[in-house]
Design a binder for this molecule. Structure first.
Ligand code: PRX
Length: 651
């Protein structure tokens, strides 16, 4: 099935000054990569990275899918992001911080250098953190979070940021899996002007046995928090006497930079590992190409630093290229839906990057809000994390961008480290809801999983990347087998296992790529990845739950919502549904966090299963969507359950 979509050409004036100015330039770069893959990447690595020692080999695939990029090269990512800018950008704002309550702070590259160095000295001297140690960061959106990340990078420690919305249990699991010795947190921050606490969550996560020896607490909101002597230390106190000079540890190109846990198709999140040189190279290159940030521009990504978007496109990418990055502590709809537009006006923001969920919410809450502000500074608008629907796209393009800005619908994942399929704002004609084309150097192809052939136009196939790329995931922490099985088990091209993203996609007649969504049991709630198995594992902790199946369901604002079918143990039905739902949501909140709360819970008489006991989730998804069942159900163990569920859910 082919589809006709409206096409919007890049703004000519913008294109004339863009780094990649037209499709010929795009194609020339991609052709170069196709013809001389190592030459392409080697040349960019040489040009972009400040090496302490040059690399001797571009790509080593001899142990694929375990690959090495830029072997022999030595560098430090904090030098790439901070030190190397001091000569020309010492007094330029590296970070513009806007607090929840409107407090603004500009941090220059020189300030950043000093703060990162002090932080690094603190971790080294007071906590004995050394190269290879894991440090968990459970922080709000404040500048100290960026200092903490770069301080870890400076001394060679591996950070693992846990999103501040995760519960104590989720935090505990991630701390234990990474065997972290230090946790960096804050007393809390401000959300909608109220204190939002983090330290008490850390206290619960560390109860009982824990690998954590020390906790560093940044005092941000100065609320009273419990203090465990000998374990908890105040950043604000310890930092006072630290020197602002800390020698950067010289790291191998393939030394790990960070872990970031993400959901997969089992109940246990995966510690996605990214290494130094390849990751930072692609973070920087995509910042330059996809957002086309210029020297005097101000760029804002609204993500939380606890997700990959915050890592690559708030901290590492912008700072590696020497940009000014805005960091926002608060909630973008507070005090009203004009908040982001007021920030664009006040800071003269040139590139704005957010998730479709945020766009939908801002649209719904304040359709006319953008018109009340001066948004003329905007040049590029980005989206990430989930497909963007045409009405949201149209509003973003017309009302926010004044039909004058490129929309870059960036497709990528925690595992890809940076964008892989995206328009280039000065070159690519765009179509609403379409991520368009692979970026130069990325061999992204939609393949038919059965044959390994490239999918036909209009056919949904598997979104794959057929050659390693520098910012590729290097492993699942502590589980080599899971890395191979999760990403290189499903699709083979020319008899070689290739990276499969887990997403379906299709080409249109122009070769443009539209992402159709996950093919596995991962759902995408407000642009956040959620494993249905993870939610199921949490729900199963309720003593009265016999069986549970969780599926995604389209949701007007969140993209997908969470729909749970639960079979209770007691035969007498549900005594009090409201209480039972409350109890189940309470468990989810405790085990994972508010982000995993169910939108719908149905107490089912049974689940549709094959005779071998496999739950037929496809049927459950169809019912949740309110659609008619068309698949054959005669092979089910108990086909009558389907009609009962249909009746319960859709009347
Ligand atoms: O399903 C795809 C969806 O988000 C998943 C990756 O989630 P995560 O690792 O949490 O990273 C989110 C931020 C990069 C993908 O497998 N996704 C991401 N970007 C898009 C998207 N779906 C459609 N269009 C996109 N632009």
């Amino acid at each position: 099935m082919s589809e006709v979509k409206q096409i919007f050409k890049p703004n000519r004036e913008f294109a004339a000054n863009a780094r990649i100015k037209n499709m010929c330039e795009y194609q020339a770069l991609q052709d170069w990569a196709i013809e001389d893959y190592e030459g392409f990447w080697g040349s960019y690595a040489k040009e972009k990275i400040t090496w302490a020692e040059p690399f001797t080999n571009v790509l080593d695939e001899s142990s694929a899918p375990f690959v090495k990029w830029f072997d022999g090269g030595k560098l430090n990512v904090s030098v790439q992001c901070v030190d190397r800018h001091l000569e020309t950008r010492k007094n330029k704002a590296a970070i513009i911080f806007e607090g929840d309550r409107g407090d603004v702070q500009a941090i220059t590259y020189l300030d950043l250098f000093k703060n990162v160095n002090r932080f690094a000295n603190l971790l080294k001297e007071d906590f004995g953190v050394t190269k290879g140690d894991r440090v968990v960061i459970y922080m709000p959106m404040i500048p100290e979070t960026a200092y903490a990340m770069l301080a870890c990078a400076r001394i060679g420690a591996i950070h693992s940021i846990v999103f501040g919305g995760f519960s104590a249990e989720a935090l505990r699991d991630r701390i234990e899996d990474a065997e972290a010795k230090v946790v960096i947190t804050a007393d809390g921050s401000f959300r909608k002007t109220k204190p939002y606490m983090l330290k008490p969550v850390v206290d619960v996560a560390l109860e009982g046995e824990t690998p954590v020896e020390k906790v560093l607490v940044v005092e941000r909101n100065n609320e009273d928090v419990a203090w465990k002597s000998g374990r908890d230390y105040s950043y604000n106190e310890l930092i006072k006497d630290k020197s602002s000079q800390c020698e950067a540890e010289i790291m191998d190109a393939e030394d790990p930079l960070f872990l970031l846990y993400t959901s997969g198709s089992t109940g246990k999140p995966k510690g996605v590992q990214h290494n130094s040189a390849g990751y930072i190279l692609w973070a920087q290159m995509t910042m330059e190409w996809v957002f086309d940030v210029k020297e005097n521009d101000t760029y804002w990504c609204t993500a939380d630093v606890g997700w990959i978007t915050g890592h690559t496109y708030i901290v590492y990418g912008p700072l590696a290229m020497g940009a000014t990055t805005v960091m926002f502590e608060g909630v973008i709809t507070f005090p009203d839906a004009g908040r982001p537009w007021a920030m664009v006006e006040n800071h003269r923001i040139n590139q704005f990057y957010t998730a479709p969920t945020a766009i939908r919410v801002l649209h719904k809450m304040g359709e006319d809000a953008p018109a009340k502000y001066d948004l003329s500074s905007l040049k590029v608008l980005g989206t990430v994390g989930e497909p963007i629907d045409p009405p949201a796209w149209k509003w973003y393009y017309e009302e926010v961008g004044n039909s004058n800005c490129a929309i870059v619908d960036t497709y990528w994942q925690t595992e890809t480290g940076g964008h892989v399929v995206s328009p280039l704002p000065g070159a690519t004609p765009i179509k609403p809801g379409c991520a368009t084309l692979p970026l130069p150097g990325i061999m992204a192809e939609i393949l038919d999983p059965a044959t390994g052939e490239v999918s036909e136009v209009g056919e949904t196939g598997y979104m794959c990347i057929t050659k390693p790329w520098p910012a590729q995931i290097r492993g699942v922490w502590g589980d080599e087998e899971r890395y191979v099985k999760s990403y290189f088990g499903d699709v083979k091209k020319d008899d070689k296992a290739v990276y499969f993203t887990g997403d379906g996609a299709r080409y249109d007649e122009d070769g443009y790529i539209t992402i159709t969504g996950r093919t596995d049991d991962v759902i995408n709630v407000s642009g956040h990845r959620m494993g249905t198995a993870e939610v199921e594992a949490a729900i199963k902790k309720h003593a009265n739950v016999a069986e549970v199946a969780v599926v995604g369901k389209p949701h007007e604002l969140k993209g997908e919502g969470i729909f749970a079918y639960i079979v209770l143990k007691s035969d007498d039905g549900v005594a009090d549904e409201v209480e039972e739902v409350k109890a189940i949501n309470g468990i989810i909140k405790k085990e994972i966090g508010n982000i995993a709360l169910c939108d719908d819970i149905v107490f089912a008489p049974g689940l549709p299963k094959t005779r071998s006991g496999k739950i037929m989730r496809r049927i459950l998804r169809t019912i949740a969507k309110g659609e008619k069942i068309t698949q054959d159900i005669s092979t089910l163990e108990d086909p009558t359950v389907v009609a009962k569920l249909e009746e319960m859910v859709n009347g």
